[in-house]
Design a protein around this ligand. Structure first.
Ligand code: UDP
Ligand code: MG
Length: 315
């Protein structure tokens, strides 16, 4: 039985030795283990530390990406290289406590294919982060057909079969949280209280969060497009009624005052809706565009010699 642990790291030099030690401490040594660190184009000493860790410990591996491809792509790279019977992913900053590892493994041994974790609402997290996270899950759930549970980030265990589905998915921008829900299989939830970040500060900028949220919504739902259609129909009906009313005023009454207010309001309103609908269309069109180019989700610059390349040949 072999267990793979995938840890994406973007400028996490101060956290790496600690997370490696803690993961090994909590993973029973009787299993074959492999820790795969994915350096997501870090600009600090992450790469050097990874080489050092690798030199000291043959269970540690690294994949260096050619630039910063983002957390989701880094995760995917790690999954692509992992050879274990199950694959556990967690953040490098120790917010995902390694003490849960035995519990995750236990559920897997009992027959679950996906063991995912749910973070309890943590008072210590910044207010804005909590609010945006909660709003994100509310929006996702109202817009998509997949049920997303709040606080389920990328700390999870997946069986080899699920990893195979991830590898074979042709999505260029795979939204793992949604995908892992979508695949089905036997799933088990584990609740936990997150720890504070060990060192350094968050690598998820507001820009990266917005990108992730938009990707999540457009990956798992076409409801926004329905909304565009519905809004278009509703406004057309209203516009038609208003036109009838205007005709009535013009033909049957004497007070056809040049009503600039109503004209202004309707023009602004319809203009706004048009822009919104165009924007929604653009989001999906952009997604199709990116997907049509069939670029790989990440590029690898180097791996340590001990790592076999299992990456599927993507179209
Ligand atoms: N990360 C990454 N690439 C990025 C941003 C983040 O690989 O472009 C990694 C980061 O090193 C960490 C994990 O993703 O291991 C989660 O990031 P972070 O802890 O900064 O996010 P937060 O916990 O603040 O949401
Ligand atoms: Mg973190």
């Amino acid at each position: 039985m072999k267990i793979s642990v995938v840890i994406p790291a973007y400028n996490e030099e101060e956290n790496l030795p600690e997370i490696a030690a803690r993961v090994k401490e909590h993973l029973p040594g009787r299993y074959e283990r492999e820790l795969i660190f994915v350096d997501d184009g870090s600009t600090d000493g992450t790469q050097r530390i990874l080489r050092e860790l690798r030199a000291q410990d043959s269970e540690i591996h690294y994949v260096l990406l050619s630039r910063n491809f983002g957390h989701q792509s880094a995760l995917r790279a790690g999954i692509d290289y992992a050879t274990g019977d199950c694959i556990i992913s967690l953040d490098a900053d120790l917010q995902h406590p390694p003490r849960l590892l035995p519990e995750l493994l236990g559920h897997w041994l009992n027959g679950y294919d996906i063991v995912y974790t749910q973070r309890a609402d943590d008072e210590r997290l910044p207010w804005l982060k909590r609010q945006t996270s909660a709003a994100f899950y509310r929006l996702m759930n109202s817009l998509s057909s997949v049920d997303f549970e709040p606080g389920t980030a990328d700390y999870r265990l997946i069986d080899r079969r699920v990893a195979e589905a991830v590898r074979n998915s042709p999505d260029v921008d795979l939204f793992l949280r949604g995908f892992v829900h979508w695949v089905g299989f036997r799933q088990k939830r584990v609740a936990y209280t997150p720890d504070a970040r060990f060192r350094g500060k968050t690598k998820y900028t507001v820009r990266k969060m917005v990108k992730l949220a938009l990707n999540g919504i457009t990956s798992f739902s076409v409801r926004p497009l329905h909304f565009a259609t519905l809004a278009g129909m509703g406004i057309s009906v209203l516009a038609f009624l208003y036109a009838l009313y205007a005709l009535y005023i013009l033909v049957f009454t004497q007070d056809a005052v040049p009503g600039w207010a109503s004209v202004l309001i309707s023009v602004l309103f319809i203009g706004g809706i048009q822009l919104l609908v165009l924007g929604i269309m653009g989001e999906y069109l952009g997604k199709l565009f990116v997907q049509a180019k069939q670029r790989p989700p990440y590029l690898v610059r180097e791996t340590d010699p001990g790592l076999a390349d299992l990456r599927p040949v993507r179209p």
